[in-house]
Ligand binder design. Structure first.
Ligand SMILES: Cc1ncc(COP(=O)(O)O)c(C=O)c1O
Length: 403
């Protein structure tokens, strides 16, 4: 076999991914749309949870002010991240009323995606089983694949309001599990979830000696009710680690800033692993993150108003086109069952997504990108103003009529 084909089984298993294929389709569409005679409408990309809303100016100003300081261009080892970790601990105290030790219980991350993808390498041996929600965010599955773990899927059921039905798993499976990866508010199902679900997970984790990883980048973006959190459970440091991000609540996705709060032994293990991989984000970026936490703590509040309005107007606009929209209780998404016409035409979620892009210039994310349980669904991100979303709904409705 030529060396160029002899890649690791891990990489082969990851494959090219739905998101990369969607990216190629968007590129091809943009090229065709740019041709003078094409007459195609411009691409409207609703496939990524990358917001059009601005970050807090205080964060950007703090980054800008720190850019020309020499230490911003130096490698940043763990000790130098202490001011960031102290700001995070203070935020956790205000947000959840918990006392977090910034020395031992906080870790800076290059995105919560990075943290959740690396964690399994730090806590699992090859072949050890880990529980994954289906559907789930791709880095949760990818992290288990990178660690050569055995994936145990817990299917989420729309009829149950996407509640993780832990009781479905036999007790022998619970005894074998080493890691559980959850995330509520939940992407892609647009479900806020319930603290009782996390509490039930903590109880199982403690009973069966399982590490509980809770991915919580939408903690401030519940549109109905309160977001659950691992940190709300008094026993969080007995078994768990929770991931938070500046990407969603503070609109800083491109800056790749996030953090984990967790049991000291988990923070140490993940930190040890990450020390092999990276040297932390620049102190300039950390200054922006500190400013976001300290000077713009209420930034997510006004985002919620915007997303609520977008959610409601888009649901009404799609409903008027005959595409029924299940209620989304969190930002930034609608999670849509494939329209009846698409099902009747035999389209699966990826074929539907590709055909929709071709026919309308509107790009969604096919549900199969989030696992087998996402088949039959599309994710729509509310990352453009309402009038553009309504225009997209009209284009999609007209196209659906012809299906
Ligand atoms: C559940 C979930 N986790 C992690 C991420 C990535 O967050 P970050 O930008 O902090 O890596 C996303 C982004 O959409 C997400 O939905």
């Amino acid at each position: 076999m030529p060396i160029s084909e002899r890649l690791s089984q891990r990489v082969a298993q990851l494959g090219s991914g739905v998101f990369a294929r969607n990216d190629q389709r968007k590129l091809a569409y943009r090229r065709r749309q740019a041709e003078p005679a094409a007459g195609l409408p411009p691409l409207l990309d609703l496939s990524l949870g990358s917001t059009d809303l601005p970050p807090p100016p205080q964060a950007i100003e703090a980054i800008a002010a720190a850019l020309d300081q020499p230490q911003s261009s130096a490698y940043c080892l763990q000790a130098a991240t202490l001011p960031f970790r102290e700001a995070v601990a203070a935020w956790a105290g205000r947000r959840f009323g918990v006392a977090v030790d910034p020395q031992r219980e906080v870790l800076l991350l290059v995105g919560s995606q990075e943290g959740t993808a690396h964690l399994p390498l730090a806590v699992l041996n090859p072949g050890e089983p880990a529980l994954l929600l289906d559907p789930c965010y791709p880095s949760h599955r990818g992290g288990l694949q990178l660690a050569s773990a055995e994936t145990v899927l817990l299917p989420l059921d729309p009829q149950q309001g996407w509640r993780p039905a832990f009781e479905l798993l036999p007790s022998a499976s619970w005894d074998a599990l080493r890691l559980m990866v959850l995330g509520f508010p939940h992407n892609p199902t647009a479900t806020t979830g319930d603290q009782a679900w996390i509490d039930a997970a903590v109880a199982r984790a403690i009973d069966h000696d399982i590490v509980l990883a809770h991915d919580n980048p939408y903690v401030d973006l519940a549109l109905d009710g309160e977001a659950p959190a691992l940190l709300r459970h008094p026993d969080w440091r007995r078994c768990g680690i929770e991931f938070f991000s500046f990407s969603k609540g503070w609109c800083l996705g491109g800056y790749r800033l996030a953090f984990a709060i967790g049991a000291p032994w988990l923070i140490t293990a993940l930190g040890q692993l990450k020390a092999i991989v990276d040297f932390n984000q620049s102190l300039a970026l950390q200054a922006g993150a500190i400013a976001a936490l300290e000077q713009a703590p209420h930034w997510p509040e006004q985002l919620r108003q915007v997303y609520r309005e977008r959610r409601d107007r888009m649901a009404a606009a799609l409903g008027a086109q005959g595409w029924e929209v299940p209620h989304a209780s969190m930002a930034l998404y609608h999670w849509l069952p494939l329209p009846a016409a698409a099902r009747a035409g035999g389209l699966d979620s990826e074929a539907f997504c590709a055909a929709l892009l071709e026919g309308t210039g509107v790009c969604l994310t096919p549900g199969n990108g989030f696992g087998p349980g996402g088949e039959g669904w599309q994710r729509l991100a509310l990352v453009h103003p309402s009038d553009q979303l309504e225009a997209a709904a009209a284009r999609m409705g007209a196209w659906l009529q012809q299906l």
